[in-house]
Design a protein around this ligand. Structure first.
Ligand SMILES: Nc1ncnc2c1ncn2[C@@H]1O[C@H](COP(=O)(O)OP(=O)(O)OP(=O)(O)O)[C@@H](O)[C@H]1O
Length: 279
């Protein structure tokens, strides 16, 4: 674990310093999410190697990186789903690991590889998410209808989630993350397997949410999507933060895709696959 080196944002990663809460005076405002020196090892594999990042409130923040970069591990630690080896995260100034209940009230999370209670119908699942949050039953019922409509799932409200397609499952999980109107949404690959019409709906829901002061953090592999939707982006590879800032700062005049390939080390070689052209 290299917890001592500075990251590109110049944030010292010594565990003691790294866990310092965000300073409102220094930053101008408390970030929606402040990640401080998060690190995680699985056996010999260092999945996240000391990541620190500020996500400004009201931003639409993309997290991009190649497969195995550490995005899911970082977001899981930042949202209280996976205990870090080092570091912590603050949601609107509240330490996720010291005060998990308070922090989780402010968050809606769409985790990767969601394991849902799939023997419930779609309608029951969203209702359950709302009741778990301690919401009033009547409010839950009216929001469930709105969310099913927005996700184009009204006709499948009574179908068991186990019988949903991958995209429908993603949408019902997203609806469950929205039911309590959180201040911060953390979405791991929200558009994966989602059809273009539903994606456009979700895009417009998220745009409206950010316009009214909410914050969205989403991981994605689709650079074009991130460039179009997000105002900020962080590039992660090998468990480290390679770049972070506004999309324009990070792409520095190039397309985000070209900049991404440049930052993470170029395209992998394709020699050795000549046999693939021998049919
Ligand atoms: N539970 C686990 N046990 C062992 N290794 C893990 C575990 N979770 C993640 N890893 C490893 O940690 C590294 C980072 O994985 P992670 O899922 O965070 O990457 P990612 O950036 O989200 O990748 P992808 O874009 O492919 O979803 C990978 O090498 C992965 O194999």
């Amino acid at each position: 674990m290299t917890a001592q080196h500075p990251d590109p944002a110049g944030v010292p990663l010594h565990p003691a310093e790294a866990a310092a809460p965000p300073s409102p005076a220094a930053a101008g405002a408390v970030p929606a999410l402040a990640i401080r020196g998060l690190a995680k090892r699985f056996g010999q594999k260092i999945a996240v190697d000391g990541i620190s990042l500020d996500v400004p409130a009201g931003s639409f923040y993309g997290i991009v990186g190649p497969n195995g970069a550490g995005k899911t591990t970082t977001l899981s630690m930042a949202t209280g789903l996976l205990r870090p080896d080092f570091g912590t995260a603050f949601v609107h100034g509240i330490d996720v690991w010291a005060h998990p209940l308070e922090a989780k009230k402010l968050m809606g999370v769409l985790p990767d590889g969601v394991r849902l209670f799939d023997r419930l119908t779609g309608e029951q699942l969203i209702t359950y998410a709302g009741l778990l949050r301690g919401m009033d039953r009547a409010v839950v019922a009216s929001r469930v209808g709105d969310l099913l409509e927005a996700m184009d799932l009204t006709q499948d409200a009574g179908t068991l989630v186990v019988d949903y397609s991958a995209g429908m499952t993603k949408k019902i999980a997203l609806a469950s993350a929205l039911i309590h109107a959180p201040r911060l949404l953390v979405l791991d690959e929200p558009f994966e397997a989602v059809d273009p019409v539903s994606a456009a709906n979700i895009h417009s829901i998220l745009d409206g949410y950010v316009a009214s002061g909410g914050t969205v953090i989403m991981s994605s592999h689709v650079m074009d999507l991130v460039q179009r939707m997000c105002d900020h982006v962080a590039v992660v590879a090998g468990g480290r933060l390679l770049a972070a800032g506004t999309v324009d700062e990070v792409r520095a005049g190039a397309s985000l895709e070209d900049r991404f390939v440049q930052l993470v080390g170029g395209r992998s070689r394709t020699e050795g696959l000549e046999w693939l052209r021998t049919f």
